[in-house]
Design a protein around this ligand. Sequence first.
Ligand code: PHE
Ligand code: NA
Length: 454
Amino acid sequence: MDNRPQWGTRLGFILAAVGSAVGLGNIWRFPAVAYDNGGGAFFIPYLFALLTAGIPILILEFTMGHKYKGSAPLTYARMNKKAEWIGWWQVAVSFVISTYYAVIIAWAMSYSVFALNLKWGDDPNGFLFGEYLKLAEAPGQVGGIVPGVFIPLILVWLITLGVLFKGVKKGIEVANKIFIPTLLVLFFIIVVRALTLDGAMDGLNAFFKPNWDSILDGKVWVAAYGQIFFSLSIAFAIMITYSSYLPKKTDITNNAFITGFGNSAFELLAGIGVFSILGFMAAQQNVAVSEVVTAGVGLAFVVFPQIINEFPAFNQFFGFLFFGSLVLAGLSSLISIVETFVAGVQDKFKVSRTKSVLIGGGLSALISILFATKGGLYFLDAADYFINNFGVALAGLVQVIVVTWFLKEVDSLKEHANSMSDIMLGAWWKICLGFVTPIVLGYMMFDNIRTNIA
Ligand code: PHE
Ligand code: NA
């Protein structure tokens, strides 16, 4: 317990936590989720979810990791031997995510190179699925390995495992100190350029226009909570693991507020950038902004290349910045995801970091190759759908209920956090964790099951 590694600085920890949070979810998920769920009006359920679930759970996870000084399984085991499985389950969800998250970063890597000569041509859709992913060569089935995906995927794993081999302070902390400031600069340049494009204001109007009726719609609240959970990387064992490396004295509660608001600030920035660019595209094609809104793979790898083709100048440069940003945002998240099982294996089996990185990271890397095959996209879609609809809400629900109601840990954790913070946790924290969040997540599960059966 005493020779557990530690972050070198508080800033290092915060950058690593923000680095985990800021990922593909901010850039390609948030803008469309907000737009589809009430535009400007979405900010009300979103802020509510951030303040009642996002930040309270971040505080909870930071405090658990700090107090019990363990990876998620060890932290749960130290609270109560019978609860260890919750930590392993969260680790398992993270493991699944890591296998396909790595593949998307590999695509972004390829595309940052393609951007240099606009290799996707006039038909980015045909290029992505035909030429790049080679989907047509094996419709609906797995074929051979696609070298264009396989090679960058190896690079993604070499970087990730290389960082993890180096450890917490010399690896994870150093990587995030480089990646996150760079990401901010790159993204800022993109947003400034986006805001000055023709049609940007139409895009922003479409994004921020509030549809107040949506506030009365349960689905919108479910979307807000879902976005907050995925975006803040909570209930994935990540934040517990990262905070287990904090020094003895640190302002846990304050760290959680900084991480939560930092992630949301990046989300807002991404929303502004993405919708300015979509407004530009709509203006070029003479259609309404609503006609061009997309998210996920389609937004990043089809719509963005189309838009970059139409940029008035420096197309290659902005294309490179955009895909470079995706790579940096993605890598810092992937590192945190893989660290959950590296730390879990290390704590459980008392092996060295090198061994646990080889075992845990190596296994995920091997499985991820499945997605680098012809038709691998189908697996990727299925895994992502399953995780988003069942994994996240259920893991979060079980976590808050077990910690507050079964283990009755909330009071002692509250004391632990308050003993070293400027921000005092009060009754509101317990109410959010014990009542508000379980009720909303319970409804969310129920709603997902119902709509999936119907
Ligand atoms: N929070 C990251 C994002 O917004 C994604 C992520 C999810 C990272 C789950 C780790 C675990 O993209
Ligand atoms: Na995020």
